[in-house]
Design a protein around this ligand. Structure first.
Ligand SMILES: NC(=O)c1ccc[n+]([C@@H]2O[C@H](COP(=O)([O-])OP(=O)(O)OC[C@H]3O[C@@H](n4cnc5c(N)ncnc54)[C@H](OP(=O)(O)O)[C@@H]3O)[C@@H](O)[C@H]2O)c1
Length: 257
């Protein structure tokens, strides 16, 4: 199977990071024109150094009204968006009782509301063209909530319900809506979580990693490229009858069917 996205335009969020960056590169390798977004123009430039092919749209997903304004900028830059990859920064680790009201509200705005608004602004064009792909990055925590990641577990579960509902609303117009669930993919986010876990539990980072690997049948962390391959498939013409679902990329870590 050869995926050809040569006439498609994509917007990838969180693209200066491990998962978003790999997805942006994967879509570009398949021929798509890809606009990349994250908060920092410098980090975007560092992630996509010599490549003028990637329009860079710096935006903070926590800022009020950012979903609509980012949609306008992406439409200006690309002339239309056929593929939207919803990906955000991860929230701070916290227990369910430990998160403050301010944290809940701020993370809801950054991780949920901005993506809902952005998607709402881009879906009408996709429906008109009768072709669109919405791919949202979540976490295995929506299936099996992860201890001490209460904000992530809860807010990504909200996205899961939204994504499934939206999928049914737009399926007849050729727009698919899916999610990809990373288990433990080797990025700076996972390194930071392992470090925080080590500090909290008084273990070394190596011990924390060893304990994590023992829970993964593949016995290793995944690579961002392995994760991106699933997202690129969901964005492809070949995935036209795949909608309203989730794909796990976790080396078998989730044990339930
Ligand atoms: N890696 C995994 O195994 C794994 C597992 C489960 C869930 N996840 C989730 O998947 C997402 C991506 O993971 P990752 O490992 O690639 O994380 P990462 O390396 O930390 O990258 C996060 C990306 O989001 C951007 N970002 C952060 N806050 C933002 C904001 N307020 N507005 C706009 N962009 C923002 C960052 O760029 P700037 O700093 O330039 O803004 C960066 O590009 C995260 O939400 C993470 O929690 C990852």
């Amino acid at each position: 199977m050869r995926i050809d996205l040569s006439n498609k335009r994509a917007l990838v969020l969180g693209a200066s990071g491990g998962l978003g960056g790999a997805i942006a590169r994967g879509l570009a390798e398949a021929g798509a024109t890809v606009a990349v977004s994250s908060r920092s123009a410098d980090r975007l430039a560092a992630a996509f150094p010599d490549d003028r092919a990637f329009p860079k749209l710096a935006a903070d997903l926590a800022a009020p009204g950012v979903g609509r304004s980012l949609a306008t900028r992406a439409l200006d830059a690309l002339g239309g968006v056929d593929i939207l990859v919803n990906n955000s920064g991860g929230p701070p680790p916290t227990t369910a009782l430990g998160a403050t009201d301010d944290q809940w509200r701020a993370q809801f705005d950054a991780m949920v509301m901005s993506l809902v608004d952005l998607t709402g602004a881009l879906v009408p064009g996709m429906r008109e063209r009768r072709w669109g792909r919405i791919v949202t990055v979540a976490s295995s925590g929506v299936v099996a909530p992860i201890p001490n990641l209460a904000l992530s577990n809860a807010l990504r579960a909200a996205l899961l319900g939204w994504s499934k509902t939206l999928a049914a609303e737009v399926a007849a117009d050729g727009v698919t809506v899916n999610m990809v669930l990373p288990g433990r993919i080797a990025t700076s986010r996972v390194e930071a979580l392992d470090r925080a876990n080590a500090e909290r539990s008084g273990r070394s980072v190596g011990e924390v990693e060893k304990a994590a690997l023992a829970t993964i049948p593949a016995a290793r962390y995944g690579t961002p490229e392995e994760f991106a391959a699933a997202a690129v498939f969901l964005a492809s013409p070949q995935a036209s009858y795949v909608t309203g679902t989730t794909i796990r990329v976790d080396g078998g870590a989730l044990r339930n069917v």
